[in-house]
Design a protein around this ligand. Structure first.
Ligand code: AMP
Ligand code: TRP
Length: 331
């Protein structure tokens, strides 16, 4: 047996909008799974949520809700940290330091900034430097692996790039983190427009399945998912994006391969296939709602408080090492 310490994983979620099936299949399911094998740190990234217009009262509600959903999914605060980013000021401080190493050209190429500003969000400095804060989140804890959905690929690339720039300039301090992205359902698409990602901020409620939705709502949403008019169930993201999305969702919920689903449902018509997808989703999400209602807001606050305290302690020696390396020795 090896005596090597466990490798570390870090991931974050924004406390905005309502948490959906894409978040679960793309990321949170892996957060729960990887706790056995890794030293896991999970963060409600409230500072990131401030980069688009928000309501302070709602931010507090959303932080609690996000943490409660993660606890209901099985994030275990005895083994993993679950806290809010603003509880550990070093996130913002490291972001400043990394910002001094970030070329403007790198940020100008970030697709999320372009997407958000073209969707009408104001282009403030926080939104522009969002990827630098995300890199700081990950590097602050020296994480090796980052479980996320496919939409975060570019951000992880930037994190790796900044870690390398830092190490080259100041010495080998940061491990270069790897993304951990599922092979199926890493990018769950909208149910009303299967060419767009399922998104927390989608104003069209029918586009998403919420993790806490009632079974009848889930069935209705899946049954009314936009598909095409050719009745054959097969995987083809160009010609049949809606059906391909439902195949990914069902594969994600059942652990079956897309090929085996195509063999079973290929010629049976869309109605029967959609019913089967709906039942698979209902079954997969049933325990989440039950867990969620049994956790109180007080329980959640206690977890955040104690994890936040532990996180603050954990980063002190790391940040001291960074300070020394960059020329900010303590007096
Ligand atoms: P966010 O909703 O942006 O806070 O994302 C939280 C996590 O869910 C991140 O790891 C995202 O990559 C992942 N995620 C968000 N939307 C989707 C989606 N439609 N499909 C798969 N993963 C997603
Ligand atoms: N940008 C991520 C998202 O929108 C959230 C996030 C912030 C994150 N910091 C992180 C994810 C660090 C992984 C690691 O989903």
């Amino acid at each position: 047996m090896s005596n090597d310490p466990k490798q570390r994983i870090f991931s974050g979620m924004q406390p905005t909008g309502s948490i959906h099936l894409g978040n679960y299949l793309g990321a949170f399911r892996n957060w729960v799974k990887l706790q056995d094998e890794y030293d896991a740190i999970y963060c409600i990234v409230d500072l990131h949520a401030m980069t688009i217009d928000y309501d302070p009262v709602d931010l507090e509600r959303a932080r609690i809700e996000a943490a409660k959903v993660l606890l209901a999914l099985g994030v275990d605060p005895d083994r993993s940290l679950l806290y809010a980013q603003s509880q550990v000021p070093e996130h913002a401080e490291l972001a400043w330091i990394l910002g001094t190493l970030t070329p403007m050209g790198v940020l100008n190429r970030m697709t999320q900034f372009k997407d958000k500003t073209s969707a009408g969000h104001a282009s403030n400095l926080g939104l522009y430097s969002y990827p630098v804060l995300m890199a700081a989140d990950i590097l602050l804890y020296r994480a090796n692996l980052v479980p996320v959905g496919d939409d975060q690929r570019q951000h992880i690339e930037t994190t790796r790039d900044l870690a390398e720039r830092f190490n080259n300039r100041f010495g080998d301090i940061f491990p270069i983190p790897e993304p951990y992205i599922p092979t199926t359902s890493a990018r769950v698409m909208s149910l009303t427009d299967p060419t767009a990602k399922m998104s927390k901020s989608d104003p069209q409620i029918r586009a998403t399945v919420g993790l806490l939705d009632d079974p009848d709502i889930i069935r209705k949403r899946i049954r009314s998912a936009v598909t095409d008019s050719d009745p054959v169930v097969r995987y083809d993201t160009e010609a049949k994006p809606g059906i391909s999305n439902l195949l990914e969702i069902m594969a994600g919920c059942t652990g079956r391969t897309i090929d085996s689903l195509v063999v079973e449902y290929g010629d049976g018509g869309y109605g029967a296939f959609k019913d089967a997808v709906a039942e698979a989703v209902v079954e997969e999400l049933a325990p989440v709602k039950a867990g969620y209602t049994s956790i109180t807001n007080g329980d959640v606050r206690a977890v955040l408080r104690s994890s936040g305290d532990r996180a603050r302690e954990m980063v002190k020696p790391y940040q001291a090492e960074v300070h020394n390396a960059v020329g900010l020795k303590a007096y």
